[in-house]
Design a protein around this ligand. Sequence first.
Ligand code: NAD
Length: 350
Amino acid sequence: MKILITGGAGFIGSAVVRRAVREGHEVVNLDVLAYSANLENVESVASHPAYAFEQADICDKARVEAIFAQHQPDAVMHLAAESHVDRSVEGPLDFVRANVMGTAVMLEAARAYWSRLEGARKDAFRFHHVSTDEVFGALGEDGEFTEETPYDPTSPYSASKASADHLVRAWGRTYGLPVVITNCSNNYGPYQFPEKLIPTVITRALEGKSIPVYGDGRQVRDWLHVDDHAEALLLALTKGELGETYCIGGDADHRNIDVVRMICAELDKVAPANTPHADKIAFVTDRPAHDFRYAIDASKIERELGWKPSIALDRGLAETVRWYVDNYGWVERIRARGFHSERLGLVDPG
Ligand code: NAD
């Protein structure tokens, strides 16, 4: 199958690109190369005959239409997005543009292309939208998100992703576009841009800096290794029922502070400092409207598509810590480009 993957130079997109090529698919990677993108993430497949790259903005309708016309994909996996909640608090309009308008443009271009397909190719086409569990808002002490949970987003990021989900469903219902949606919990693993929680902890610790934890660190998140997510996404694309939504999660709910301590313990083994890394934990002012708890009931995708996460959190974290230690040059080259996250006080001018 030839898959047009948007956002394929980012963290999750690149894991999907690498896996899709490995599984024998042809891939067209459409990415604007925004700050969190990195072509190093797809270097291992860059010269593969089944791989093509198009630098393009998903908001540029003419360009996106031309890419559909040129490459004639059998399916779309739409991951391109502004993805960092803190940045959405600082600059929400970028998120509305990329995540809402960009998704609408992708849907319109896909619809025009799909309506011209015929026979088996038309029947087999699908548009898979990759979304987050953050669209459901926050949970209290109990319960889990399911495919039936009402939408209740709290941040500009989650509201923009919720809007995108609604657009995708509307294009399915109004125009009959064959769509599938997945909503996944927090991902971690190699190649994650170093502003997200887990790489922030690892890289700051390796640099001997303080390790910032929001509020009291008691927020609960479900963690899934990015390779497990990529596997679930390709399964949902190829085997998922049209019009259906699948929740994807790692069944690994932990308080942020406990995850940070697990990482510190791992770092003490592979990159010991003079004092235990956990001594560097510093609680910082909480993010506004910080959702208290996310947890996912992934029983539908497990039951219907036979997917289960295969990488336990302790093993996945150990491997991720080791990856960042062994690939520190990847982080340094990003730092040299310059990035900042003002709320965390992480200003790293290039
Ligand atoms: P990321 O920031 O690492 O990657 C996003 C990619 O999209 C980048 O390569 C960027 O260049 C590209 N992009 C952004 N705007 C674009 C535009 N206008 N045109 C073309 N490309 C553009 O993000 P990620 O963590 O890999 O997330 C990928 C997707 O998965 C997002 O849709 C996100 O909402 C979703 N998701 C992420 C998580 C998570 O834990 N990271 C969990 C569930 C769902």
